[in-house]
Design a protein around this ligand. Structure first.
Ligand SMILES: Cc1cc2nc3c(=O)[nH]c(=O)nc-3n(C[C@H](O)[C@H](O)[C@H](O)COP(=O)(O)O)c2cc1C
Length: 406
């Protein structure tokens, strides 16, 4: 039996005009040896660094360079849909900048913009180019667009300088590709339910009690679960943040009671439920039919408790189901998060603290600590919410794959 790790996997290999392009011959050979189908796309500049003939021979397919070629056009959309993974190695500062802004003046960029698969990049450039704030800004943009990048190496550069900027070695890129594709299928066949966003609890036809949750963290989790092969339902409170069109089943709700009804309905069929919504604990006891008018004196609102969705699902879950919760705390964070995890019978809780700048509501970044039940907390750096989503799913996989797959 073949033990090729990439058997049947379809990889688009994008090559740009860096001196490190010569290493792509080795990378292509390694990918093919592991059983992958590889299609190479080069920028016109890349073709001056390594011959398309070399890469077409190694990949066993014609290398594509031109968007429009002697009256023909290369179908970038079809290529973008074909692949399981797109790898751009080496990635120049120039193509990085184009990707960060959405520019599209060559075939490689058109395919990048059309690709529905995950994208990995391996930057390569001189130290000063690498350190330039524009490069770092563009990389950060890519990261928050969901592109994973492989760290550059430190060492001798083509310019003669010694420092960071070298493209990762082909063997290291292969290892990241293998890991990424292994993860990609890790939720195949699993049903994932995610709640996200705030709830609005109406006082009258125009006013409500709400909170500042944007839903961005839950949407990032839904996207990542989809990339890993899950069937995903997202129950989303009122937010203006857009959900990527496509395969996520979206159920929009307003109030905690509506969210509860949707979750209770879906939960029995769910393998993993992630409760990332900021659900109002209380709602007004009464909802006025008409707008409440100003009157002299005080107005007292009476509030009644909302259903505790995570706790109620925790009570009814079977040993084959996982429930993951979130805690946003302002003091004694770990203690409160642990208490919440036990009370709601969660398998894991993700803590973010309002004491960390850049974490929590509305921001595009988050800084989390993951507490898996019965294990030590894991503290993470401040990252984009899509990178945080990767960490959370990695942790779920690490701690619970036994339970999910037995
Ligand atoms: C000898 C040589 C080596 C180069 N190496 C790099 C490199 O490693 N990284 C980089 O970002 N640009 C490098 N460049 C500059 C790019 O080739 C240039 O920006 C080009 O426009 C990139 O086009 P592309 O991104 O469409 O492939 C190099 C240029 C030359 C002449």
């Amino acid at each position: 039996m073949s033990n090729a790790t990439l058997s049947g996997k379809k990889i688009l290999l994008g090559v740009t005009g860096s001196i490190a392009a010569y290493k792509v011959a080795t990378l292509t050979r390694l990918l093919i040896r592991e059983g992958a189908s590889v299609r190479v796309i080069m920028t016109p500049a890349a073709a001056r660094f390594i011959s398309p003939l070399t890469l077409s021979t190694l990949s066993r397919h014609e290398v594509l360079i031109e968007l429009m070629d002697e009256g023909n056009w290369n179908n970038h959309v079809a290529l973008g849909l074909w692949a399981d993974l797109m790898v751009i190695a080496p990635l120049t500062a120039n193509t990085l900048a184009a990707m960060a802004t959405g520019a599209c003046d060559n075939l490689l960029l058109a395919v990048y913009l059309s690709a529905r698969c995950p994208v990995l990049v391996a930057p390569a450039m001189d130290e000063d180019m690498w350190r330039h704030p524009a490069t770092q800004r563009n990389l950060e943009q890519l990261r928050s667009d969901g592109v994973e990048w492989i760290p550059v190496g430190h060492g001798e550069l083509a310019s003669g300088l010694v420092g960071p900027g070298r493209m990762a070695e082909p063997e290291a890129i292969l290892a990241v590709v293998q890991e990424r594709l292994r993860k990609q299928g890790s939720l195949t066949g699993k049903k994932v339910l995610i709640t996200a966003g705030p709830t609005w609890e109406p006082l009258d036809p125009v006013r409500f009690i709400g909170n500042r949750s944007s839903g961005k963290m839950g949407i990032a989790l839904a996207k990542e679960a989809l990339d890993r092969g899950a069937t995903v339902v997202l129950v989303l409170g009122p937010t203006k943040v857009e959900v990527p069109e496509g395969d996520i089943q979206l159920i929009r709700v307003q109030t905690a009671e509506e969210m509860y009804a949707a979750v209770a309905d879906l939960f029995p069929e769910t393998d993993i439920a992630v409760f990332a919504a900021a659900v109002a604990d209380y709602r007004p006891a009464e909802r006025a039919d008409r707008k409440i008018k100003r009157k002299a004196g005080e107005l007292t609102l009476q509030l009644v408790p909302n259903p505790d969705i995570a706790a109620l699902m925790g009570k009814q879950k079977t040993p084959r189901q996982l429930t993951i919760g979130f805690a946003l705390e302002t003091n004694d964070e770990l203690t409160h998060a642990r208490e919440k995890m036990e009370k709601k019978q969660l398998d894991m809780i993700v803590l973010n603290s309002l004491n960390d700048s850049g974490a929590g509501f509305e921001a595009d970044t988050n800084k989390i600590t993951i507490l898996p039940a019965g294990n030590n907390p894991e503290e993470y750096q401040l990252k984009s919410k899509s990178a945080v989503a990767t960490d959370i799913w990695d942790s779920i996989f690490r701690y619970f794959s036994d339970r999910l797959y037995t």
